[in-house]
Design a binder for this molecule. Structure first.
Ligand SMILES: *Cc1c(COP(=O)(O)O)cnc(C)c1O
Length: 490
């Protein structure tokens, strides 16, 4: 299968590229994104066939339908990484919380957040392409907390790939910071920056666009790539768990085959939601995809009013920081799917130039056939964490909690909901401890202990060990010095 481009193509780029090419340079003509030329149709036959398959069997068959230019043996190696999740036989447990609400837990991987679902296999795939081409790649990552640890973990000691990961010093949780700075491998460089996440993100964008930086890398026989969430190499692995979660509901007798469900997704850059949308297009019975946001509620407004409006808007810090985002990049792929190339280009140019676009009322109707949305603020989120823990003995993190508001406001109770849990309680423990016990300003380690006591849960070993592990990555610099620091590392 070939990949085409959301904003059409200019003379500098081929009209269509392979999967490998779309992975290595994910930015398409006019700043657009790559999308599959067509989505494979799976339908009910596929679902029936995989009713009793393992996660890996399901994944392998789904990926094979895309006919990508990656060897079967590489795909196998990539999917084998799900064996390192808590339960190798079921890497994504789906838990019934109450009569019509199920939670699909996407956080059972090595860094305890959902980024592992895609980044774990992606690391193997990217490294194998680099080896095949006999090229060396520098992966740049800027993180507010979850992508960094997941990217470092997946590329650690992989051939032909180095990673430079920038984070705002003081802008992540203790657990997230420790997950990064305790990573000790020759091909990894972690750089703390005096500043906020936007400083790290802007530095990354500047370097990705800099010709002089690329030349300096070329002298070191290295090419530049990024592992951000617009990369289709990540998206493709995010279709699988939506299908898996649906089949789990059938297996648990929560639904009968063919019954439609809501997919309720805590959203930031829209990769997770897009995976669900593609699964639906490929034949999964879905009633609607419900987009949950925090106070940074641009997506709620888009889906309710048809306006993407970030004029005079600044990101606000919330208790669900992985969703603190204004430009939600993967929305573009939905626009393309619904409205085509010309209109997508127009809308995205409006957004880039005026920080604003507006859909026509017909377009909005079309968008709303697939999506609904609501947002949940931090206090509401904490209330849901406490209520659901006390009422149903289910502990959720602040990102997952945003789904509970839209579950109440956007769903018909007759239709079952699969809500996605994107982080383990251990990653955002101070907020959860505050929700459960009222304690304030706890350090991560204290909050972990108190949740562990209140909820009767053990702190996972990989989290506990972080606090006594040696700090391997000690660089903390001014943002002006990032480029020279990275070149020094290479
Ligand atoms: C990245 C992330 C999200 C947002 O996912 P998108 O695919 O970017 O919408 C939500 N929750 C957590 C914990 C995350 O790490």
């Amino acid at each position: 299968m070939k990949f085409i481009q959301t904003r059409g193509f200019d003379a500098n780029k081929a009209e269509k590229v392979t999967f490998s090419e779309a992975i290595l340079s994910p930015i398409a003509s006019f700043g657009g994104l790559y999308v599959p030329e067509e989505l494979p149709e799976l339908g009910e036959e596929f679902l029936n066939k995989h009713l009793n398959s393992s996660y890996k069997e399901l994944a392998k068959d789904m990926l094979s339908r895309f006919e990508i230019d990656i060897d079967g043996a590489v795909i196998d190696e990539a999917l084998n990484l799900y064996d390192k999740f808590d339960d190798a036989s079921n890497p994504v447990p789906v838990v019934k919380v109450k009569e019509n609400l199920y939670i699909s837990e996407l956080y059972h991987g090595p860094t305890r957040a959902f980024k592992d679902m895609a980044l774990q296999p992606f690391g193997v795939v990217l490294s194998s392409i680099a080896q095949r081409l006999n090229e060396n790649y520098l992966i740049l990552a800027a993180t507010s907390g979850d992508t960094g640890p997941a990217a470092l973990e997946t590329f650690k000691n992989r051939a032909n790939v180095k990673v430079a990961c920038m984070y705002p010093d003081g802008g992540t949780s203790d657990v997230q910071r420790l997950q990064m700075v305790t990573e000790d491998a020759k091909n990894l460089k972690v750089i703390g920056i005096h500043g906020v996440f936007d400083d790290a993100q802007n530095a990354l964008k500047r370097l990705l666009a800099s010709e002089s930086f690329k030349e300096a890398l070329a002298q070191k026989d290295t090419k530049l790539s990024a592992a951000n969430s617009v990369n289709f190499g990540r998206i493709i692995f995010q279709i699988i768990y939506h299908i898996h979660s649906y089949l789990e509901l059938v297996r648990q007798n929560g639904i009968t085959m063919g019954e439609k469900v809501y997919l309720n997704v805590p959203s930031g850059n829209f990769g997770n939601a897009l995976g669900g949308y593609y699964a639906w297009k490929m034949g999964l019975p879905v009633a609607k995809i419900i987009i949950s946001s925090n106070e940074n509620n641009v997506l709620t407004k888009l889906i309710r009013d048809g306006k993407y409006d970030i004029r005079d808007c600044a990101v606000v810090g919330t208790t669900s920081p992985a969703m603190d985002i204004l430009k939600s990049s993967n929305v573009e792929r939905v626009l393309y799917d619904l409205f085509g190339t010309q209109r997508t280009k127009e809308l995205m140019f409006d957004l880039e130039e005026q920080n604003f676009y507006k859909l026509t009322s017909e377009e909005l109707d079309k968008l709303r056939e697939s999506f609904d949305a609501d947002f949940c603020n931090g206090d509401e989120g904490k209330k849901y964490i406490k209520e659901i823990f006390e009422g149903y003995h289910y502990l959720m993190d602040p990102h997952t909690a945003t789904c509970m508001k839209s579950y109440e406001t956007c769903s018909n109770p007759e239709i079952k909901t699969i809500a996605y849990s994107t982080a383990e309680w251990t990653k955002f423990s101070p907020v959860i401890a505050n929700a459960l016990t009222g304690e304030k300003d706890a350090q991560d380690i204290q909050a972990l202990e108190s949740i562990s006591k209140v909820a009767g849960l053990e702190i996972p070993t990989m989290i506990r060990r972080l606090f006594s592990k040696e700090i391997a990555q000690k660089t903390i610099i001014e943002k002006e010095n990032i480029e020279s620091e990275i070149l020094k590392f290479l």
